[in-house]
Ligand binder design. Sequence first.
Ligand SMILES: O=C(CO)[C@H](O)[C@H](O)COP(=O)(O)O
Length: 227
Amino acid sequence: MKTTGGSEAAKRAAGERAAELVEDGAVVGLGTGSTAAHAIRALGERVGQGLDLRGIPTSYGSADLAREAGIELVTLDDALPDVTIDGADQIAGFDLIKGGGAAHTREKLVDSAAKRFVVVADPSKEVESLDHPVPLEVLPSAREPVSRAVAGLGGEAELRGAERKDGPVVTDNGNLVLDCDFGRIESPAELGDELSAIPGVLEHGLFVGLADDVLVGTDGGVEERRR
Ligand SMILES: O=C(CO)[C@H](O)[C@H](O)COP(=O)(O)O
């Protein structure tokens, strides 16, 4: 599982607190990333103690982790999540940028389908205004036209390179990722609509109006914000 900045203790505190919120019999959306991984492991421990739950993974990574943890997996064809627990790359209020693990297309599907979407993070993710590059999952054949369209919106697109493979990151869905720098994002909802309208864009990493709870772990506890 890929890890990012922020203390592991803070990530664990947030993930474990989110896992405590899950009720017996729940269907749980399982986010991707190092913070969500703590929640998955904690849920696995609760399953070992008799909790009845089924998980809907958002990536190969979260599916593998859930299987290792002993969590039964289902799909969105079987059930909708009562709650989804997922991480974020940047958080301003309840607006997020996600996709650092290139999983944002499935994450948005599962996060938005949930009755309650709980974000778990460490304090390094919180900002006043979003300014992190926005990941776009794009069809491989759409890379150049989408990059030009992003430039037309004032952004700069960079193809995400793989770390342990030559060439680009290829997503779980067989597509490419463009990380698009727009500087400070004044209106995330408006930019999200513009990005969604570009042909060849499967999904963008702006998650606006989706999060219900933000749990920020610290080395000394968890700060909880509810919408
Ligand atoms: O959006 C994501 C994956 O696509 C992750 O949730 C995001 O990158 C945060 O990861 P981490 O908890 O490791 O910092």
